[in-house]
Design a protein around this ligand. Structure first.
Ligand code: TYR
Length: 287
């Protein structure tokens, strides 16, 4: 297992990839960071801010120098990146990712990096915010956050432990899950609420009196909708990548809403109280 790495290639130098690079730099665990991305403007800022030491627009041009590649783009771009990597990667190089979905990333690794699976470590840092881009990157983002690893049967323990150690150097705690369980859990506690927040704000924005509504919206609105300010492309890709689990959660949520709708319409106060009591107790216990 390596405690530190020579050259890190980060594809997607945003909040997540940028904060990983910064965390490793502060911990003295990385020698050189190459940032790869589609936006020259974002890469320029990443360089200026010292998040990366060098930039490139084409991952194939720099992947051969990588000891570790972190894919931190929206998951919809990861297949093409893996394909571009596959021919140039050094045999020892580790490939990991920061995608919010894991079943699709595992399948993409199998499809594009078949000869390299021993060095593939699918991962999901449970951290972030509604902010995005290199300017949002920060040193302490992963302090006391969970990072879930979903290694393949083929992943060697050296690669897995190295990735774990690097996240720990950023302050994170390592957990392991099977990809299927991972995707079911995050459909419920992350992907569904993001979809709901987007749907709800979209609904309000389309009202004829939207401006008046936003004018009077206050704390409850802010708390419920912060995540509707998240990166649209990232969340589109997550919704499509985890579609089955997300559809299950949506169906359950719809049924729950319909029950509440019936309770409101029939004036079933016992039903409303029961739902609110259960929810409140669970939420208070979680906090
Ligand atoms: N969007 C979440 C927030 O604003 C952060 C997050 C997003 C965490 C995606 C994990 C993840 O997969 O709090």
């Amino acid at each position: 297992m390596q405690e530190s790495i020579g050259t890190l290639v980060v594809a997607g130098v945003g909040l997540i990839g940028g904060s990983f690079a910064l965390g490793l730099k502060r911990a003295g665990r990385v020698g050189h960071v190459i940032g790869v991305g589609r936006s020259p403007e974002n890469l320029r800022r990443a360089l200026e801010l010292g998040v990366v030491d060098e930039v490139a627009q084409d991952i194939a041009a720099v992947a051969g120098r990588a000891d570790l590649v972190l894919l931190a783009t929206p998951v919809g771009q990861m297949g093409a990146l893996m394909q571009a990597l596959s021919t140039t990667l050094a045999p020892h190089a580790i490939v990991t990712d920061a995608g919010s979905t894991k079943g699709d990333v595992v399948a993409l690794m199998r499809a594009h990096l078949a000869p390299h699976l021993a060095r593939c470590v699918p991962a999901h840092p449970i951290a972030g915010s509604d902010l995005s881009g290199a300017t949002a990157a920060q040193y302490g983002l992963y302090e006391n956050r969970k990072v879930v690893l979903t290694p393949l049967a083929e992943t060697d323990s050296d690669a897995c432990n190295t990735v774990g150690a690097l996240w720990q150097a950023c302050g994170a705690r390592i957990e392991r899950l099977a990809p299927l369980e991972h995707d079911a859990i995050f459909a419920a506690v992350s992907h569904l609420p993001h979809l709901l927040a987007f749907a709800y704000v979209d609904m309000i924005a389309r009202k004829p009196n939207a401006a008046r509504c936003f004018d009077f919206a206050a704390t409850g609105f802010r708390d419920f909708t912060r995540i509707a300010g998240s990166h649209p492309e990232m969340w589109r890709d997550i919704a499509l990548a985890n579609r089955e689990a997300l559809l299950d959660e949506l169906a359950t949520y719809r049924a729950t809403l319909e029950q509440l709708e019936a309770a409101v319409s029939t004036g079933d106060s016992a039903r409303l109280t029961e739902t609110f009591d259960t929810a409140r107790a669970a939420r208070v216990a979680w906090n």
